[in-house]
Every structure is written in C-alpha cells, then in structure tokens.
Design a protein around this ligand. Sequence first.
Ligand SMILES: C[S@@+](CC[C@H](N)C(=O)[O-])C[C@H]1O[C@@H](n2cnc3c(N)ncnc32)[C@H](O)[C@@H]1O
Length: 239
Amino acid sequence: MNNGKQMKAHTITTDEEWSIRHLQGESWIENYWKSRDHPHRQFLVEKIIKFQPKTVLEIGCASGPNLYHIAKKLPDAEIKGIDINPIAVQKGNEWLKQEGVSNVKLEVGKAQKLEQYAEKSFDVVFTDAVLIYIAPNEIKHVAKEMLRISHTIILNEWHVFNKPLAYFLSLYHYLRTLNRSFKPRSTSLGFYVGHWARDYENLFEQFVSKEKIRITKLPKEVWNDKGWRRWGAIIEVIE
Ligand SMILES: C[S@@+](CC[C@H](N)C(=O)[O-])C[C@H]1O[C@@H](n2cnc3c(N)ncnc32)[C@H](O)[C@@H]1O
C-alpha cells in the first residue's frame, strides 16, 4: 500500500503528523482510496461483516477504503468513519458519493477523543493500521473508550505474540524513557519497532476477561510486507 511517492507511511511516527499530512501533498489520500483492493481489506471486512452489524465506526478511516466495502456488503447499516486528517475526510465523502454509497459518513475526529459517543452506540468499532501510531501514554485510554462505545472491537494492528519478547522490549523501552515524564506500568502499553507494537491481550485483559479476546495472526499472503508479516494481527474483543 506504500505506493505514495511523496512520503512513505513508515516515515510517519506520530498521529499528529497525520493531521497535517495534506501539507505534504494529497497523493497519499488518493493512494489509500486506490488501495481498496489490497488483499488485507477483504480479510478484515469478512471479520467485521460476520457480526452483521447495524452500526459501525472505523477510527482512522482515511478516505474510507474499508468502509466502501462494508457499505456495499451491508447497505442497510449505519456506517461512520472518523479521521484526524480533514482532507482525507473531505475527499473520502466526495468519492463515496461518486460511487453511489449513501450509508457512510466520514467526519474529522480523533481516537483519543471518543467522549461524544454514548455507551454501546456501535455494534462494531474497528481500526486498521491506526493504533500503531498511538503512543503508550494514550493507548489505555483509547482501548477503554473503544470498549465503552462498542459491543465488539476489531483491530488490524501490530501485536506481539511472543510474551517474553514483549516483556523484554517493553522493559527496554521503559528504561529508555526513564528520564521522560511517561512511565509505563505494564508490558501491554507498547514498544517502538518503526510503529507501536504491543501485547493487545494484556492490554484488554485489564478491562475484560481473557475469553472475550481473540487474536489471529494476519496471514502473510494478505499483507506481504516485512512489518505486517511479523507483527500483523486481527484482535477481536467480543462482549
Ligand atoms: C496507515 S493509515 C490507515 C488508513 C485506513 N485505516 C486504511 O486502512 O486505509 C492511518 C490513518 O489513521 C489516521 N490517524 C492517525 N492517527 C489518528 C488518530 N489519533 N485519530 C484518528 N485518526 C488517526 C491518519 O490520518 C490516517 O488516515
């Protein structure tokens, strides 16, 4: 998916950089829209539509390539997407309309600010390559809020399956940040491997029982990139 010539996704390290990314050109927004046929989308969309949700929210939807597919498969569902980048939202709404999709609405919004949504307002809330930009000092709040507003959470993010490695890397990250104000208290909050990876089981176990969490390794054929092959996972939290 990294076919933008202006700035490659892996050079982006924080979510704030995404909000001003249009200043570096809009081609990445179009590239996401054009990546609708990327194989990982079908895999993720299948995981979502099997719940036959009536209400869906994607956090960090860019111009809506995933929501385009969900809308085609669930024409009666009420579908929302939020993204930190205003141009991605504007373009996405235009392109969805051009494609005749009328049940998706994209708005500017931030993963860290979900207060406007009432408890359990969505059947499914999902992210696709977005929490990899959320730093350890914010992830716990985001996870708790996602649980509050949804019945089911589905994430396509970077998960560490090897728990001793997760522990070691988190400790390493902790030692490196000792002089900063942020002090992680648990191994679940994340470590930096080009993006933020973390132990999502450990993270969600702070809020729900282990039986409600299901983690599946992303098959390499659906995203054959070094990072996604190693860390890519679908994380489901089903209440
Ligand atoms: C790697 S792209 C993935 C886009 C989309 N989910 C997809 O699969 O095509 C990351 C997206 O997340 C958005 N984003 C980054 N941090 C965010 C945040 N804190 N809240 C909401 N959106 C965010 C970016 O603007 C960008 O559109």
